[in-house]
Design a binder for this molecule. Structure first.
Ligand code: G6P
Length: 368
């Protein structure tokens, strides 16, 4: 084990630092092909052109990846996208229009609720099932019409890290491929989106260099019993994911919220004992987030701000600020995830929890 871990203390830490490579591997074939629909299979182009809607089903972190994809796909294609928790979808009634693209996202491809949701979708209409999965030959991949295999490699830590960000990369490719098939974006805009992808591994590497600063935040957070995570636009699901990581491995009660929802409840919890981790992206309505921040600070909340360049103005009056090295445009959801993983990881280390095998949780939930 020690040899496999190399310089790292835990698999989770190793897997966090494998992300630049995992992202490059995941994107390699798509970029080679030019992010065309055929990346997803020979019939993908016709399926993408005909789809009247996109329905995404997933569980856990994979569900959060789906929530991010909704922002991308709706903006780039104009298609209606719904994102569903698989365990809810399977037990409710829904009507699926013929040709609906059902995207099942799963690291393992074996999650019982996810498989059941995918099968229910098939029973409800003549849908096309796209599997986005990290495990080749898993049950999900065998049942799908279209497939994208993420190349995260084996993920041992129960809390998903590289599997999650490679799912986001694959979903970005899906958004671009759908827009290409449907000609819903002007060619230069499509090319501009694709151009972001080769830059992703280096962007990720630069963000991971912030580890010492996140470790310092973690020392403070390890004394807290609650935490709030805020974000807007594609960074709202990332706030959910950041909160999930902290709960899972550091056993700190944490909630992710959309900035605009603060005044509808969580603001009542804010005082000097409440750390509020805020994700600010240059393209994620930063001016609106700024007013959410002021609401928190006016009530004595301790703001820990993660900000892209362009959002420096939000740092005024915060408790701590870490500036990301570069703005990542439409990829901000990916780059912003990394500091949140590091924060949860170091908080858990500080508390001495079993980081790679958190209590009561399993890597793959193959029973209902
Ligand atoms: C478990 C894992 C999570 C994962 C979820 C969904 O809860 O601990 O990390 O996100 O299952 O798993 P899947 O393999 O379907 O993505």
């Amino acid at each position: 084990d020690a040899a496999e871990l190399g310089q790292y203390r835990h698999y989770m830490q190793k897997e966090i630092f494998e992300q630049p490579t995992a992202l490059a591997s995941t994107l390699a074939r798509a970029l080679e092909l030019g992010c065309v629909p055929a990346t997803f299979g020979p019939t993908a182009e016709a399926v993408f052109q005909a789809a009247p809607a996109v329905r995404i089903v997933a569980c856990g972190s994979s569900y959060h990846a789906g929530l991010v994809a909704r922002y991308w796909i709706e903006e780039w294609t104009g298609l209606p996208v719904s994102v569903e928790i698989a365990s809810e979808y399977r037990y409710r009634s829904s009507v699926e229009q013929d040709g609906t693209l059902v995207v099942a996202i799963s690291q393992s491809g074996e999650t019982a609720d996810l498989l059941a949701a995918a099968r229910s979708a098939r029973e409800r209409g003549k849908v096309q099932l796209l599997a986005l999965c990290n495990v080749p030959h898993s049950t999900l991949t065998r049942e799908a019409d279209l497939l994208f295999l993420t190349q995260a490699g084996l993920e041992i830590g129960v809390a998903s890290t590289k599997a999650f960000t490679t799912q986001l990369a694959a979903l970005f490719v899906l958004g671009v491929a759908l827009a290409g098939a449907r000609q819903s974006l002007p060619a230069p805009r499509l090319a501009e989106l694709i151009d972001w992808l080769p830059r992703l591994p280096a962007l990720a590497r630069d963000v991971l260099a912030l580890e010492p600063q996140l470790e310092a935040w973690a020392h403070e957070l390890s004394h807290d019993h609650n935490a709030l995570f805020l974000g807007r636009h594609t960074l709202f699901p990332i706030a959910l994911e950041g909160a999930l990581k902290l709960k899972e491995i550091a056993y700190i009660h944490a909630e992710g919220y959309a900035g605009g929802e603060l005044k509808h409840g969580p603001l009542a919890l804010v005082d000097e004992t409440m750390p509020v981790i805020v994700c600010a992206g240059a393209d994620a309505v930063p001016d609106k987030l700024a007013s959410n921040l002021r609401e928190v600070m006016a009530r004595g909340g301790r703001v820990y701000l993660l900000a892209e360049p362009g959002c420096e103005a939000l740092a005024d009056g915060t408790h701590r600020t870490v500036l990301l090295p570069q703005a990542a445009g439409p990829l901000a959801a990916l780059t912003m995830t990394l500091p949140l993983q590091l924060l949860a990881y170091h908080t858990a280390c500080r508390k001495g929890t079993d980081v790679d095998k958190p209590r009561n949780l399993a890597k793959s939930v193959t029973v209902e």
